[in-house]
Ligand binder design. Structure first.
Ligand SMILES: NC(=O)c1ccc[n+]([C@@H]2O[C@H](COP(=O)([O-])OP(=O)(O)OC[C@H]3O[C@@H](n4cnc5c(N)ncnc54)[C@H](OP(=O)(O)O)[C@@H]3O)[C@@H](O)[C@H]2O)c1
Length: 262
């Protein structure tokens, strides 16, 4: 039975770049996201360029019923998943009390619940088989509170801590767990969160391809924590040496400088 890497949020940005980097190494893929036309195009292109099998599943992971359907199909099918990449994630920008609850609920369902459910379901199968690898995508945001993006920052802290915990738990079952913490990266993320990056120059953002390349190399070495780029590593270390009141105040000031897209 051929093995596949399942990647969520593979229709754009970091997920798409990871899909390409893995296909380049000859990995078969299962791509998951909501936009069918994008997935169709990407699957056809990667299959043609790299001669690998690329399947896709259209699923809104923030909808528990759709996620159950996907898990059921994976359980019933004869696909062997040897790498799970939990990449799909969204952000919201502005004070929590100013957000529509439906957007906040979607963030929580996708960034935390769906990711945990996929770790549980696919991690259980991997543990039974005594092998497998899981990569969860958190963020440098995981290392500090983020006023005006409070729920997003908190969701990434959850992903970081969950992943580090799972790494220790699953070690004795032969399953490897890593967590990727990118810094600001060029993608549709900011537009989707309705953010205008006036203060952050485009040149300061990493490309999704660069993040993906660093990540696949780090996965080969089974690194626990993958933080691409020295600037981003600095961002994760600095909060440890500063008082918490200063960290949250500085983070709030920086995030507030970003403006809402019209
Ligand atoms: N960009 C950054 O600066 C940055 C920094 C740190 C961490 N990250 C994290 O990196 C991950 C990828 O983000 P990105 O920057 O690549 O953003 P992106 O380009 O907006 O990609 C997000 C991906 O998630 C999918 N997605 C969104 N909602 C979904 C849902 N409900 N169900 C299934 N798939 C869904 C999107 O596809 P569809 O629209 O087709 O569903 C898309 O493929 C996220 O977890 C994000 O938090 C990003």
């Amino acid at each position: 039975m051929p093995s596949h890497a399942l990647i969520t949020g593979a229709s754009s940005g970091i997920g798409l770049a990871l899909a390409e980097a893995l296909a380049r190494r000859g990995r078969n893929l299962i791509l998951v996201a909501r936009q069918r036309p994008a997935l169709e195009c990407i699957a056809a292109e990667l299959t043609q360029r790299f001669a690998v099998q690329v399947l896709f599943r259209v699923c809104d992971l923030s909808q528990p019923v759709q996620l159950s359907g996907l898990l059921h199909e994976l359980e019933q099918g004869d696909l062997h998943i040897d790498l799970l990449v939990n990449n799909a994630g969204v952000g919201t920008y502005g004070a929590l009390v100013a957000q529509d609850w439906s957007d906040e609920q979607r963030l929580i369902e996708l960034n935390m619940l769906a990711l945990t459910r996929l770790c549980h379901a696919i991690g259980t199968v991997m543990a039974g088989q005594g092998s497998g690898q899981i990569l969860n995508v958190a963020s440098v945001a995981a290392f500090q509170p983020g006023p005006w993006m409070s729920s997003y920052y908190a969701s990434k802290a959850y992903v970081l801590h969950l992943s580090e915990g799972l790494r220790e738990e699953l070690k004795e079952y032969g399953v490897k767990v890593s967590v990727l913490c990118p810094g600001p990266t060029r993608s549709a993320f900011f537009r989707n969160a309705r953010m205008e990056l006036g203060a952050l120059q485009d040149s300061k953002l990493m490309s999704a391809e660069e993040v993906a390349l660093i990540t696949v190399r780090a996965l080969d070495k089974n690194r626990a924590l993958i933080i691409p780029g020295w600037r981003n590593r600095l961002l994760t270390i600095a909060p440890r040496f500063l008082p918490r009141w200063l960290v949250r105040r500085m983070a709030g000031r920086i995030i507030r400088r970003v403006s809402l897209a019209s």
